[in-house]
Design a protein around this ligand. Structure first.
Ligand SMILES: [Zn+2]
Length: 173
């Protein structure tokens, strides 16, 4: 049985105990942009907030793409979240290659260069990545200035969050 087939079987059991009040219109309080890495999946545990309070936007990295900016606009303007958290982490898979390397590797592996150059949004330094994200989100004209935008790095070794401040000595560079 494939993993998805097993998941479908488990879903039948889940639905029997499902809290149907969760089907009501959601009112999340915090928008979190984080990586697709499974170590970031327990956000209610990491942040001490319920699933219902969290509007989670996940990409690899995470990359704050135009799509993510659109989702943050909807999250704050339509769904009503009040704050934005940009949640990076140590040991990210997207720091282990460059876009150029992966494009070359996959072109070689498949013998097909037609998708290249594909954007994977690889990066090297989570701190710098976080600062660039904060700048990008903060400067968007449709994200209200009253909405706090804060960046953090989750340490996968300790489980602790560390805040990245925009006003660091490197920020002006
Ligand atoms: Zn990651």
């Amino acid at each position: 049985m494939s993993i998805i087939d097993r998941a479908l079987k488990a879903n039948e059991t889940y639905a029997k105990k499902y809290d149907r009040t969760l089907g009501a219109h959601p009112t999340p309080k915090l928008a979190v942009v984080t990586c697709m890495d499974p170590r970031l999946s327990d956000l209610p545990g990491i942040l001490g907030l319920s699933h219902a309070d969290l509007d989670v936007i996940r990409t690899g990295g995470p990359a704050v793409t135009d799509d993510v900016l659109g989702e943050l606009v909807v999250s704050t303007r339509v769904l009503g979240t009040k704050e934005i958290m940009l949640l990076n982490h140590t040991g990210c898979g997207f720091t282990t290659f460059t876009d150029e390397e992966l494009n070359a590797k996959l072109t070689g592996l498949t013998g097909d260069a037609s998708p290249a150059p594909m954007r994977f949004f690889s990066y090297k330094d989570p701190e710098q990545n976080t600062r660039e994200q904060m700048k990008k989100v903060r400067s968007h004209p449709w994200i209200a200035k009253e909405v706090p935008v804060r960046g953090f790095i989750f340490d996968v070794e300790t489980g602790l969050l560390r805040e990245v401040h925009r006003a660091s000595k490197d920020a002006a560079a």
